[in-house]
Design a protein around this ligand. Structure first.
Ligand code: APR
Length: 320
């Protein structure tokens, strides 16, 4: 059986890290596509030359030609510009929408059967636009945000409790922005919910509130520290987890920006929700019950995403 083909659209900081991780994990052969000449070719060759020392079997190719992504099983999209200090993800909307148009057409023509994971920000609006431009089925196009936001939450909690990150589960839903919703009630240490851990004296409400806020600001914290770009190791690792769930039909329950039509009382929009990812792409949206305050936060986040989608429609009248 031939190896799966993984196309990475955008060969910048996240794209290069995705290629390295995909090769290390032997998920398949990798094609790095970018409009910048030399960058995808250079990164592909550099990673391929790590193969003998690491011992992985994967072919890597860098290209500026969409024809090379032909027949890809997975496309991970990072094409576009990242934010600079002081910018919000929403400030990227105009420029990255144009990029989604070009990428969507490239995928429609060359890789219409792929499972597409979008990382480009502002995430929820960009994945919606990418789906519109590509015309692929909704269940085959999703966005990576919830896995990353949850991983940030899990990391901060594991440090607070001094326990293994493996034993911390967490859920962050809603749009990938300031209004994201870390769900404290559904977050646990080995099954013990966070509210119980407060009662057990492991932490305080104040400390937990601060961790929730740090999670919401997780991307901005890194943008501020780096000074010239945004996070790339954790975003790439999160998208690889989703790609692996698809390629290996793992049926993982992962939060991601998926098309929600019916669940959560929503009518046909992309936003961060719990999903099952397997060989059928987004196989199911898991319609969990939320408490009143959680629902209110989620509703606010949904409104923020709707506002961004409206802004996209205003920029490009062909988007209906
Ligand atoms: N087609 C293909 N590639 C493009 C296009 C395009 N139309 N426009 C820009 N690119 C490429 C750039 O040449 C660059 O190599 O996208 C790459 C983006 O890489 P970086 O600038 O390093 O950005 P990165 O940190 O990888 O983040 C990419 O993900 O998390 C989000 O907010 C982030 O939107 C940003 C995206």
């Amino acid at each position: 059986m031939p190896r799966p083909k993984i196309a990475l659209i955008g060969a910048g900081q996240i794209g290069g890290t995705l290629a390295h991780l995909a090769a290390l994990k032997e998920l398949g052969d990798v094609v790095l596509f970018d409009i910048a000449e030399g960058t995808p070719q250079g990164k592909a060759l550099d990673i391929a030359e790590a193969g003998p020392a690491e011992g992985f079997d994967a072919r890597l190719k860098g290209t500026n030609d969409y024809a090379d992504i032909s027949g890809a099983d997975v496309c991970i999209v990072t094409a576009g510009v990242p934010r600079k200090p002081g910018m919000s993800r929403d400030d990227l909307l105009g420029i990255n929408l144009k990029v989604m148009k070009a990428v969507g057409e490239g995928i429609r023509v060359n890789a219409p059967d792929a499972f597409v994971i979008c990382i480009t920000n502002p995430l929820d609006a960009m994945v919606w636009a990418l789906r519109e431009y590509s015309g692929l089925p909704h269940n085959m196009v999703c966005g990576m945000a919830g896995v990353l936001d949850s991983a940030r939450f899990r990391h901060f909690l594991s440090v607070e409790f001094d326990v293994s990150m493996k034993d911390v589960t967490a859920f962050v839903l809603g749009g990938h922005g300031d209004t994201m919703v870390p769900l404290v009630r559904y977050s646990t240490v080995a099954g013990i919910p966070l509210p119980d851990l407060i009662e057990m004296g492991w932490t305080t409400q104040e400390k937990l509130d601060a961790i929730v806020q740090r999670t919401r600001d997780g991307g901005a914290e890194i943008v501020g520290l780096l000074g010239n770009g945004s996070a790339f190791y954790a975003p790439a690792t999160s998208a690889i987890e989703m790609a692996e769930a698809f390629l290996k039909d793992q049926k993982r329950l992962l939060p991601c920006a998926a098309h929600v039509d019916g669940a959560f009382g929503l009518k046909g929009m992309y936003v961060g929700v719990p999903t099952i990812i397997g060989a059928g792409g987004i196989e199911r949206v898991v319609d969990i019950r939320m408490a009143k305050n959680e629902q209110a936060m989620f509703d606010k986040s949904v409104e923020a995403v709707k506002g961004l989608v409206e802004a996209c429609r205003k920029i490009d009248g062909s988007l209906t």
